[in-house]
Write a protein that binds this ligand. Structure first.
Ligand code: ZN
Length: 504
């Protein structure tokens, strides 16, 4: 019999990691450079690599090693790096092995059918076309929750896939506080004359937008010797290693914010990936702590820094020089107000930073009710529209612009939506601590001195990868767990200053 060895486990885990990262390369290429005709072949190649990675990971040998090593480390210091690695690996292993093969296959089929049904339903604006597929996905997710296990409610098991350790009760409580404060704030802002944002819709040539974005990414510390940016239809970030992080953006020559803030957002994700301790490379710990924590990094750079007045005090003059036709007659103040225009709207992905969280809460409430069984898929369109009216004062003209707008449910991804709003809340919590620790973030931003900000994020968040949970990181960095107060204070401060005489 061989002695259970951590070295043997880490070498097996490195192999799993390599296979998954190779699949990531193929997926990245699919979205950036792959010729159209290769789609089918590529789907096979990716599926083969993912399947190999899965088989490698759920092998009996890894199971036996984990059992033996868990026993061996039962009394070890829970903060020891080996123990943290074992804990996260055990978690992944349980998630990967608890679902029966029959359920995995049923889910894959239901997702394939769900995606098709959703596309048809959206294109023809007929929710009924999607309803049976959605019911099937809900039923299978209930089975999945049972198989994964949960403490309190089935939704806990689904949420835990994306936000390890966070429970439904906490999210509900934080969102309740957020909604109660935010609905009147949105109503008050919507009652103000909207800022003039016509300057953003002028002509901004693609090559100059690209150059400006690249220069800013370099300034904030994205390391182009360990990453790249390319174009894709939908912006995303992926990593093949801590030394190879890929960002994508898309350029709209008639709407400046699209590429620029998209790039800053993805660079926030990318800085996180580049900041993970190299000692964690090729292990399950070489990733962000949770989707919410990842989103906190993208939102911090995109909104709290990128849409701040201080940021444009530094960058507006160069931007004007680069786009004289569009901006020579536009003041910094007009530009600043334009990029911070708040307006209730129907579509989540186009929502501004203030109304965005209401779009998320609405989805969270509905999917939680679906999983708890208090709402049936057939009830969704009417409930969706009623909540849109309550929260944002709008009623969708069609289901395509309402309940059918997002792909997530058709993919069977329940528990994913809250992470977007969690990212916003966490970003403000981190920002406040960063601000206190650095003696003011704004003067640094206004001087274009981003290095201390990135160093703080590296020290308190990035380097740990998945070795600490989002909650652990937050408590250690800021002294408190998830809460809505910091983000609400940020919104009040910023938008009271933006609108004369507005009191939020
Ligand atoms: Zn993001």
């Amino acid at each position: 019999m061989t002695i259970p060895s951590l070295d043997r486990l880490t070498s097996l885990l490195a192999r799993v990691h390599d296979l998954n990262m190779a699949a990531n390369v193929l997926e990245w290429d699919q979205e950036t450079y792959m010729p159209e005709a290769a789609a089918e072949a590529r789907a096979h190649q990716i599926a083969t690599l993912r399947q190999l990675a899965h088989e490698c990971f759920v092998s009996d040998e890894i199971g036996a090693l984990l059992d033996a090593l868990d026993r061996e480390h039962a009394d070890a210091d829970p903060d020891h790096p080996d123990v943290r690695l074992l804990r996260v690996t055990r978690r992944d292993y349980d998630q990967a092995t608890r679902l029966p093969a029959r359920l995995v296959a049923d889910l894959a089929r239901a997702v394939a059918l769900g995606k098709e049904a959703w596309k048809t339903a959206r294109d023809t604006d007929t929710f009924a076309t999607f309803e049976p597929a959605l019911q099937r996905l809900v039923d299978l997710n209930l089975e999945k929750a049972e198989a994964l296990g949960y403490a309190d409610t089935r939704y806990d098991a689904l949420l835990d896939q994306y936000e390890p350790g966070l429970d439904t009760a906490t999210v509900r409580q934080v969102f309740d506080a957020l909604r109660a404060a935010l609905v009147p704030i949105v109503r008050a802002i919507a009652g103000q004359p909207p800022p003039d944002d016509r300057c953003l819709h002028r002509y901004y040539p693609q090559d100059r937008q690209w150059d400006f974005g690249m220069a800013v990414l370099r300034d904030i510390g994205f390391d182009f010797t360990r990453g790249r940016q390319d174009l894709s239809a939908h912006p995303f970030t992926t990593a093949f290693d801590i030394s190879d992080v890929r960002l994508t953006t898309r350029v709209n020559e008639r709407y400046f914010p699209s590429a620029f803030f998209g790039s800053l957002h993805e660079a926030g994700h990318g800085l996180y990936e580049q900041g993970i301790d190299p000692a964690l490379a090729r292990t399950p710990l070489a990733d962000g702590a949770s989707l919410g924590m990842h989103e906190s990094q993208s939102r911090l750079w995109e909104n709290l820094i990128g849409r701040s007045r201080a940021f444009w005090e530094h960058y507006y003059a160069p931007l004007q020089r680069l786009f004289p036709e569009a901006l020579s007659d536009v003041s910094l103040d007009t530009f600043y107000r334009a990029i911070n225009r708040v307006e209730p709207s129907l579509i989540r992905v186009e929502a501004d930073e203030v109304t965005y969280n209401l779009h998320i809460m609405l989805r969270f409430e509905l999917e939680l009710a679906l999983i708890e069984g208090s709402v049936a898929p057939a009830d969704l369109p009417a409930l969706w529209n009623a909540k849109m009216e309550d929260y944002l004062g709008l009623t969708p003209d069609t289901d395509a612009n309402g309940v059918l707008q997002d792909v997530h449910w058709s993919l069977g991804a329940f528990g994913y939506f809250p992470t977007y709003a969690l990212g916003n809340l966490l970003s403000a919590q981190l920002y406040d601590r960063l601000d206190a620790d650095l003696g003011g973030v704004e003067p640094l931003v206004a001087a274009g001195d981003f290095a201390p900000i990135l160093a703080w994020l590296r020290e308190h968040v990035h380097r740990f990868g998945r070795s600490r949970s989002a909650q652990e990181l937050m408590v250690a960095a800021t002294g408190s767990g998830l809460q809505a107060g910091n983000w609400l204070a940020y919104v009040r401060r910023k938008y009271e200053a933006l609108y004369d005489g507005l009191s939020l």
